[in-house]
Design a protein around this ligand. Structure first.
Ligand code: FNR
Length: 183
């Protein structure tokens, strides 16, 4: 029985998204006491403050999924040196109405993969800035700026041999840190 339910937020809607593949693969490196649920952000309406008092079903679901979790895992693409709008939209939705920020206090891991050599470094820094404002503590080290290259995933979609040691180390640090935050 898992003790730690983690809400996974993927910052890309693309069907063949590297970040979704990374999210699917890295959770397999966690111990059995952790379970992960990817939360849907693609069907959220554009955030409009006028709707705060009357949120859509998809917004209610987003907040319920976050409330049910003991931690967060953001796996995001980088668009134009920042986070994709779809991710920011989801973050804004769950941060409101004022005083009902669902993200607050949930320990978060941040990682991402891109085709660029900098491996989403800028997007991750922007995301950390937003999360700091929302009172979300983030795992600082190790950082994970992953470059999408042949062999990152094996034929089964698991992390390939060349990256396994590093990403296992990342997951071990994340698991230890979430437990420490919960203690
Ligand atoms: C990109 N891409 C990109 N890559 C990067 O390393 N830094 C960047 O600033 C950008 N900017 C950017 C903007 C837009 C609008 C698109 C569509 C793409 C390329 C990006 O890394 C690549 O498309 C990844 O495959 C996106 O991640 P997913 O969808 O595979 O998870």
């Amino acid at each position: 029985m898992s003790q730690f339910q983690i809400a996974v937020v993927v910052g890309s809607l693309r069907k063949e998204s590297f970040n979704r593949k990374l999210a699917n693969a890295i959770v397999k490196l966690a111990p059995a006491e952790f379970s992960f649920k990817q939360i849907e952000i693609g069907d959220l309406p554009n955030y409009n403050q006028d709707d705060d008092a009357n949120p859509s079903e998809s917004v209610k679901r987003l907040k319920a999924d976050i409330n049910a979790s003991q931690g967060l895992l953001f796996v995001t693409a980088e668009y134009n040196r920042s986070i994709p709008g779809v991710l920011k939209n989801a973050i804004d939705h769950a941060s409101r109405p004022y005083g009902q920020n669902a993200w607050a206090g949930k320990p978060a891991g941040v990682l991402g993969v891109s085709v660029g050599a900098a491996g989403t470094a800028m997007a991750q820094q922007h995301l950390r800035n937003v999360l700091a404002y929302l009172d979300v503590p983030t795992l600082n080290q190790p950082e994970a700026f992953i470059h999408a290259k042949d062999g990152l995933f094996d034929a089964s979609g698991d992390i390939g041999e060349g990256s396994k040691k590093f990403l296992q180390g990342w997951m071990d640090a994340y698991v230890a840190w979430v437990k420490k935050q919960a203690a």
